[in-house]
Design a protein around this ligand. Structure first.
Ligand code: MG
Length: 167
């Protein structure tokens, strides 16, 4: 196998963690989950979207979310889907397309069972993908660590992208 040959498929991976405080809802995948908590963050604190932005950028070694969208230029409460749309545009501009996404949200409460499909559809809209190509899973931390104690919410995301033949 010629290891110097250009690879047609690339994976990307991203992760994020935000502190929780009292509030009126947690933003996840572009949806607001109503509860007594919200994220302490620049922007809207959407950990799932932030992890996904890093996964998209990482797939083609295009840097990370902090380089592309520096904290001092981000408005408090800003909709993170804007960053996701821009990260997707960067991937497209580099001659690749997104094939699928998989992700995990780490949150002790509220239970996301009834929200996961909505989050998939929300991400599908921004990424222009069928919801069937977007996996969203949710886990608690069984009371352990900052996530388990309800002090933080985290997310991990992986993407697969395909480079054009001539990219
Ligand atoms: Mg973040």
């Amino acid at each position: 196998m010629d290891m110097d040959a250009p690879m047609r498929y690339r994976i990307g991976f991203g992760t994020d963690l935000h502190r929780l405080r009292k509030g009126e809802g947690i933003r996840l995948g572009g949806m607001t989950i109503p509860c007594g908590l919200s994220c302490d963050a620049d922007s809207d604190g959407d950990v799932l979207v932030h992890a996904l932005v890093d996964a998209l950028l990482g797939s083609l070694a295009l840097g990370d979310i902090g380089e592309r969208f520096p904290a001092d230029k981000v408005r408090r409460g800003e909709d993170s889907r804007v960053f996701l749309a821009q990260a997707r545009s960067l991937v497209l501009a580099a001659g690749a397309r997104v094939i699928n996404v998989d992700s995990v949200i780490h949150l002790e409460q509220p239970n996301l069972k009834n929200w996961k499909n909505g989050i998939r559809r929300s991400l599908a809209e921004v990424l222009d993908l069928p919801p069937a190509n977007i996996g969203v899973k949710a886990k608690t931390a069984e009371g352990l660590g900052p996530i388990g104690e309800g002090l933080a919410v985290g997310a991990q995301a992986a993407v697969l992208v395909e480079l054009d033949e001539d990219a």
